[in-house]
Design a protein around this ligand. Structure first.
Ligand code: BTN
Length: 262
């Protein structure tokens, strides 16, 4: 059984508690995998699975996700959207807007978003998001979120220099308060998204964009691309001003160009 304090969670959720049902488990392979299975058998919108630890946590682009019990918050949220409102790229960016709001509400002033939806403090990664859509036409999205609360003692060497945590930013709320704040802010953002699409959230995303106006490289999307980040469009594509004109980037990893010249 998980050590999640349910009364503390419900108190922190306030009125938003009516919109969520949180199932906390001690361990599973991946909360996204578990929740996708539940979604297929008709689980309702608002179901959340939180795990103290995952044996095979998954990240974007087939990577694995490392989290340590007690030091990480790892959960997945099922949300069912009206038909035609779940363009995956744009939904993924909307999640970033919700989490950026939540982290600011928790006192994390310097939160930045790296396209499509990494959460950064400075240049280091605080958390990540993996959005997966349920198969068929039911419009259920499983939104998996991993946040570093503290830096675990046994963090893998390849992640140490790239990662940060809320604790290192001087932000130390309980796991229950972090979860409740994320859920309440995500629900508000999803209401806007369902009604007006990502277009209504785009300016807010760009205001938090870590690489707005900067020179970057894009890898992992076929041909390597280089250019200046001009923001994102209403479908969630990254707009890159390249030597050959404005490109819409739909997939890939962004990295800062080491020696800036055009
Ligand atoms: C990334 O940055 O690559 C995305 C990481 C997403 C990790 C979370 S942890 C909870 C949920 N379950 C998973 O297996 N992955 C997501």
């Amino acid at each position: 059984m998980s050590s999640l304090d349910y009364p503390a969670l419900i108190a922190a959720l306030g009125p938003a508690a009516l919109r969520f049902d949180v199932d906390a488990v001690a361990e599973c392979e991946s909360t996204n995998t578990l929740l996708l299975d539940r979604a297929e058998t008709g689980a309702p919108s608002g179901l959340v699975i939180l795990a103290d630890s995952q044996s095979a946590g998954r990240g974007r682009r087939g990577r694995s996700w490392y989290g340590a019990p007690g030091d990480s918050l790892t959960f997945s949220l099922l949300w069912r959207f009206p038909p035609a409102s779940t363009a995956p790229a744009a939904l993924s960016l909307a999640v970033g807007v919700g989490l950026a709001r939540a982290l600011r509400h928790l006192g994390c002033a310097d939160l930045r978003l790296k396209w499509p939806n990494d959460l950064l403090i400075g240049t280091r990664k605080l958390g990540g998001v993996l959005v997966e859509l349920q198969s068929g036409n039911v419009r259920g999205a499983v939104i998996g979120i991993g946040l570093n609360l503290r830096r675990p003692a046994d963090m893998p060497a390849e992640v140490v220099a790239l990662a940060t945590s809320l604790h290192e930013a001087g932000v130390n709320p309980s796991r229950e308060v972090v979860l409740a704040t994320c859920l309440a802010d995500l629900a508000a953002v999803f209401d806007t998204y369902a009604e007006s699409g990502f277009a209504a959230l785009r300016e807010e995303w760009m205001a938090a964009h870590a690489h707005q106006g900067q020179l970057v490289n894009i890898s992992g999307s076929g041909a390597e691309l280089s250019g200046r980040c001009m923001g994102v469009d209403a479908d969630g594509a990254l707009l890159l001003q390249t030597a050959g004109g404005l490109e819409r980037v739909l997939a890939g990893d962004v990295s800062l160009r080491p020696f800036g010249g055009e």
